[in-house]
Design a protein around this ligand. Sequence first.
Ligand code: C5P
Length: 323
Amino acid sequence: MPTFARIRVRALAKINLDLRILNKRPDGYHELRTIFQTVSLADTLEIEFERGRTRIEIKSDLNISGNIIEKAAHRALEATGRTGRVGFVLQKRIPLGGGLGGGSSNAAAVLLGLPALVGKTLPLPKLIELASELGSDVPFFLLGGAALGLGRGTELYPLPEPPARPALIVCPEIHSSTAEAYAALGRKESPSPPAGIVNNFQQLVWASARGLETGGPAFENDFEEVVFRRHPQLKSIQRKLLRQGAAEARMSGSGSSIFGIFEDRALRDRAAEAFRSSQENSPRLRVYPVTMVSRSRYHALWRRQLAAFGKWTLWPPRDQYAK
Ligand code: C5P
């Protein structure tokens, strides 16, 4: 076991290409259907480990309290049976409260990176269990690429990869609370999901497996109705992305980021310029040109990031079907 080790990893953001909220479940969570997609916007997380008494230190350019990184570090250490000082330096680029899964991605990065640092590997079922306890979006970042999320969003299945299209993420300084957005939806508690929404979503996924080439926007996000009512500026951003030539423009997660998907980079870059130069909606609009990151690229990134740990570099994490 090493006495000191350090690793630097990139933790990518996600968008929800599609998001349907079904019924409220007896456990208080909502049953959902979503299509997750990793994108190239990323935080950078440095993790160092020194054997000794357990203590977690986080340095960041942002003031983040009750932090999911700290929780993830405790859980990961416990699971490996090691103790020590864990120091983090977080460079935050993914906006907070933007529906881009920044915190969740950071947590998954800890679950993947810290065991490697302490010289232990955690099998996939354990990682999935820890990730689900940390948050509904965390397990997706163990998989990456394009994935179907069911249940709370923690049950995941890889989807055929769509072409790695350029996208533009526009994020105003609005912090949209996930719990409030769910409450505003007012979904009824019921033991089973409404058949109509499931049927509709199923058709979309079957179409996307054929290679989704729609004549216009096909994706949906059930949160848009309630969140746009509260923040009309978001609707204007969506309209502007479509005017600028986006094939699709949707809110991600429970907001407040709006993403547009473009056929080519030139069109996407022109749209970015249009947002930057006008700033008509808000002087504090952040604009991120990104590319979708496929599962194979996501896995290659993690394989590279863990490569320094030699024999501990077992990526993807061990499952019961690995040969
Ligand atoms: O799991 P996570 O911590 O991300 O969830 C934050 C909040 O969002 C939960 O406390 C719950 O109110 C709501 N939520 C939900 N149904 C889901 C996911 C989240 O109601 N599937």
